[in-house]
Design a protein around this ligand. Structure first.
Ligand code: ADP
Ligand code: MG
Length: 455
């Protein structure tokens, strides 16, 4: 019969006392505080309290301990290994980390097997640059991530394209994968959800299979929810998915480029669910935040960009943060190829092409004013001037609204161009939004303007 480690160690102690005449003090101070961790063949691993004691034991009692173990275990090939509590803990931590890593890999493999979308691990809360225009979205995302279903459920993030909605969703999922490996969490775009649903219907697989994928989760993130517009069957499925999770106290996060009230052709029940938790917007970043984002992105690409260049970029690349990345990559490529350091003149030269192209592709405020003045037969100067007659006011409202929706400009920036206070600009935008909502005719008019300008 195999003896337990305690009994073996007691035998060793007895031998030290009886045969080698160890006194109580020695036993109590140096020997007893140790414990046998494992015995593998002749290798005995002993746990010591700390490094100092281990050294003392090694120096003074190593030989005697070997002798005692030889007798006790009845073998000649005894070797002793001493490990401290600290080392043991570190080892265990390492083991846990390894297990976590394995779990993450398995999770990824499962995601691949289930054809669920991948999540870019580079998008984290740490590298999301926070400013006044995105702070609320950032903080509520963090809250939902760390206290699922406690505060804002569902959390609904909305804002124009390229301002960090997907980044925040990825940040949530990355943190959960790291810190709550027990959590079942899924990120999916609405489009992929739709495709999976169509697949499952066309292959006539058991609908439960599709459902179980999304209804037995702890956390669901659905991106680009505006894709639901006009898709009745998908809305139905999304609604029941939502209900199943919500009723079991699970967190759901949606991202959209429109706020719930602007989503059209979507079941009223869904709209009311979207609005029921917390609806948080992301606004276009101001110059300061753009500069900070440029700086962070440059660091992450390992590019050194001086401050004057950062400011130049932030002032010239305004609409979309995706363009920020494009600009940095362009600069990096030029400096690598040309071996030239990134400086203000160099950036100006290189990016003038890049910016010109972005400019040509994009509408800008001048194009908007020009087009609207033509379309409504009012003078361009009047739009930015003092006149207050109905036709001019109407044109001005529409310009403000278009700069806001098509160019992501802030109210303040629009105010500077139209020579109005930003609160007046806000009113102008509200005025147009309201008319779009209440008049089908006006809505068609605006759609047509945006189409014309967009080309
Ligand atoms: P959206 O989903 O709103 O269209 P994304 O999340 O895809 O926008 O963001 C576009 C790009 O801009 C991504 O590379 C993202 O990392 C970056 N980005 C957006 N906002 C920030 C921010 N505040 N800090 C750092 N990067 C950002
Ligand atoms: Mg996105």
């Amino acid at each position: 019969m195999r003896l337990s480690n305690e009994i073996i160690f007691q035998g060793v102690i007895d031998y030290l006392v009886e045969e080698l005449e160890y006194i109580d003090v020695t036993i109590n101070l140096w020997i007893k505080p140790m414990k046998i961790l494992s015995i593998e063949d002749g290798l005995v691993t002993l746990l010591c309290e700390h490094d100092f004691k281990r050294n003392q034991v090694l120096r003074s009692y190593h030989g005697d301990l070997i002798e005692a173990f030889k007798i006790e275990l009845e073998r000649d090939d005894i070797e002793l290994d001493f490990i401290t509590k600290e080392e043991l803990e570190a080892k265990e931590k390492e083991k846990q980390a390894e297990e976590l890593e394995k779990k993450r890999e398995a999770d990824l493999a499962a995601r691949r097997a289930e054809e669920l979308p991948m999540v870019n691990p580079a998008y984290t809360f740490e590298n999301f640059v926070v400013g006044s225009s995105n702070r609320v979205a950032y903080e509520t995302s963090l809250l939902a991530c760390r206290n699922p279903a406690e505060y804002y459920n569902p959390l609904f993030l909305y804002g124009p394209s390229g301002l960090g909605k997907t980044h925040l969703l990825f940040a949530i999922i990355n943190e959960i994968l790291d810190k709550r490996p027990d959590f079942k969490v899924v990120y999916i775009t609405c489009e992929e959800f739709t495709n999976l649903l169509i697949d499952s219907i066309s292959k006539k697989t058991d609908p439960m299979e599709f459902r179980s994928k999304f209804r037995n989760l702890d956390f669901l993130l659905v991106d680009d929810i505006q894709f639901l517009m006009g898709k009745k069957a998908v809305q139905e499925e999304m609604f029941h998915t939502f209900e199943a999770l919500f009723n079991r106290g699970k967190q759901i996060v949606f991202a959209s480029d429109k706020q719930p009230s602007e989503l059209e052709n979507i079941d009223k029940r869904l709209i009311s669910r979207f609005s029921a938790g917390g609806v948080m917007d992301i606004q276009p970043p101001d110059t300061e935040l753009r500069q900070a984002i440029f700086k962070r992105k440059a660091e992450s690409y390992g590019v050194d960009i001086p401050n004057d260049v950062l400011l130049y970029l932030a002032e010239n690349i305004r609409t979309n943060i995706r363009q920020i990345e494009g600009a940095i990559k362009t600069l990096k490529a030029y400096s690598l190829i040309g071996g030239e350091e990134i400086s203000f003149p160099m950036a100006k030269r290189v990016l003038s092409e890049y910016l010109k192209k972005a400019e040509e592709d994009n509408v800008n405020s001048e194009k908007i004013i020009k087009y609207i003045s033509m379309r409504y037969g009012v003078k361009m100067d009047d739009i930015t001037g003092a006149k207050r007659d109905a036709a001019v006011k109407n044109a001005r409202h529409i310009c403000a609204y278009l700069m806001r929706t098509m160019l992501n400009m802030t109210f303040k920036e629009i105010g500077t161009i139209l020579k109005r206070h930003h609160s007046t600009i806000m009113d102008s935008c509200d005025n147009v939004t309201e008319r779009i909502k209440t008049s089908e005719k006006f809505k068609r008019e605006m759609d047509s303007i945006e189409r014309e300008l967009g080309n």
